[in-house]
Write a protein that binds this ligand. Structure first.
Ligand code: ATP
Ligand code: MG
Length: 483
């Protein structure tokens, strides 16, 4: 994508309404635009990130055996009367009347809707277990919408629902989702810690919240320090096998939200206990027959007996994750996207669009990268080098390729790794080879035969210093300070 043809409405000033860094950066980087309180339009750059998150969430749901459907946003009130939640849900529910004066609502969640679908078609234990999910907009008329997409009124959620014959089956489904969640967040580059949680208005017996640590988190959380050095992706997962050992292992390490944390009976010694703020990015529930019983979602078991379905529900805040990812990945200059969700893999900067050699080299490299399916945002605009560097740092693409007259004279371009701030000069061939390798890593750190420069040491093409926080290592997830 050429920046000259893109829609990237950057803000120069810090928007005064934004209290936390992710909200500020999303507005400044032209990712979203507020429509009304807690309701946003997603602009091209923001939408690319949202779609990438959605894709990882979808892949892990599919892998766990859940089947994707798409339920409506607008639901009939009568379904919610069947479960008894129409009155219970209160003011958070946006209630609507259609032209025939029928009561409708904009779905805050979908337990009733999905139970209706399943009760109409699943009658026998032979059709169980099943897990269904969708990725759909929700509306909750929050008392205090704030922090941008982190606590919106309209927000995108992945919600899955499991249906089993008995409690043992329901626990197996719960375990699948539990493991799928750990994998999903790890692939997003986040350390999301499962914490025993209250079930709230969804109801039920067993529940975990997945929480990432961040100073701007809304709740106080406590966990064993050992959590900070775990790696779920190192664990082999067989969704057809017994997942209980994995569940036990990952719930064996202490972690609790402040509602569940008891300082006096906490098993972790003080010096090993991390006290932090957390952002809830996912929440899973096992609630048995809470909906199936009143709604009459019944199946016949192998013994000929009729029983209400055993159910669970499993939510991920897809749009909240965009903000949460920025809370966990930024520095003073802007966002630092993990590769898995970066809107583009590479930012290509041509420092001198007026110079024929620079332009030809940049155009050629751009074409080759596109040809190799590398997602690249090409700054071909007629702007000052300083403005171009600042833009690229703000929008946080993992690597920057900088083309300028000095490098071209020596046959090189400059590569800057956004997270470490490391820069080095490489030949165009080397850059291309590294980028089109099957699993491209951070460019600046891996190019052979060249010496990496530490941020700020050497003058770069544009003569700018590297970012202030050059200390972060790849893969390290610091608890960010609000900028
Ligand atoms: P919270 O405690 O943050 O209000 P919740 O417990 O009401 O959330 P759930 O019903 O568990 O939310 O919804 C599943 C997921 O949807 C949450 O874990 C969260 O990531 C996301 N989510 C919930 N409410 C919002 C919101 N207002 N804006 C953005 N994401 C949300
Ligand atoms: Mg919750």
């Amino acid at each position: 994508m050429r920046l000259s043809e893109y829609f990237l409405p950057l803000l120069r000033e810090n928007p005064s309404e934004a209290q936390i860094v992710s909200h500020r950066l999303m507005l400044r980087a032209g990712m979203i635009r507020q429509s009304s309180a807690g309701i946003y339009s997603w602009l091209p750059l923001g939408l690319r990130v949202l779609k990438k998150i959605e894709r990882i969430v979808r892949e892990e749901q599919d892998r766990a055996g859940a089947l994707e459907i798409l339920m409506p946003t607008v639901q009939p009130a009568e379904l919610w009367r069947e479960s008894g939640r129409y009155d219970d849900y209160g003011k958070e529910m946006l209630r609507i009347r259609d032209r025939h004066d029928r009561e409708m609502l904009y779905g805050p969640t979908n337990e009733e809707q999905v139970t209706e679908i399943v009760r109409a078609s699943i009658k026998s234990y032979r059709d169980l277990p099943r897990m269904l999910y969708h990725i759909q907009w929700k509306f909750r008329d929050e008392v205090r919408p704030r922090f941008g997409v982190m606590r919106g009124r309209e927000f995108l959620m992945k919600d899955a629902y499991s249906f089993d014959l008995d409690a043992a089956g329901a626990k197996r489904s719960y375990n699948k989702m539990f493991v799928a969640y750990l994998r999903t967040f790890a692939r997003l580059g986040l350390k999301a810690i499962p914490m025993r949680a209250d079930t709230g208005p969804i109801g039920g017996e067993l529940s975990h919240e997945f929480v990432i640590l961040a100073e701007t988190g809304e709740s106080a959380v406590y966990c064993d320090r050992a959590w900070l050095s775990t790696d779920i992706l190192a664990t082999e997962v067989d969704y057809h096998g017994d997942l209980e050992p994995i569940f036990q292992r990952w719930t064996g390490l202490y972690a609790a939200t402040d509602e569940k944390h008891e300082p006096d009976s906490c098993p972790v010694p003080r010096e090993e206990l991390v006290e932090a703020r957390g952002i809830e990015v996912g929440h899973i529930f096992y609630f048995g027959d809470k909906y199936s019983q009143p709604m009459g979602a019944l199946v016949i078991g192998p013994d000929g007996e009729t029983a209400a379905l055993e159910m669970g529900s499993y939510g991920i805040g897809v749009s909240r994750l965009v903000g949460a990812l920025i809370e966990a990945n930024h520095d003073g200059a802007g966002i630092i996207w993990p590769e898995s969700v970066a809107p583009f893999r590479i930012g290509l900067i041509n420092l001198r669009p007026g110079d024929t050699r620079c332009r030809d080299t940049a155009d050629d490299l751009y074409g080759k990268l596109l040809g190799a399916n590398v997602e690249v945002l090409y700054d071909d605009r007629d702007e000052s080098p300083g403005a171009k560097f600042a833009t690229m740092d703000l929008i946080g693409l993992p690597d920057q390729l900088v083309i300028g007259p000095r490098g071209i004279a020596g046959g090189t371009i400059e590569v800057k790794h956004r997270r470490s701030g490391e820069r080095q000069d490489v030949s165009i061939e080397t850059a291309l080879r590294l980028l089109t390798a099957s699993e491209p890593g951070p460019l600046a750190a891996s190019a052979p035969g060249t010496k990496a420069r530490r941020p700020g040491r050497a003058r770069s093409e544009g003569g700018r210093k590297g970012p202030r926080s050059g200390k972060l290592q790849d893969g390290e997830r610091p608890i960010p300070d609000p900028a």
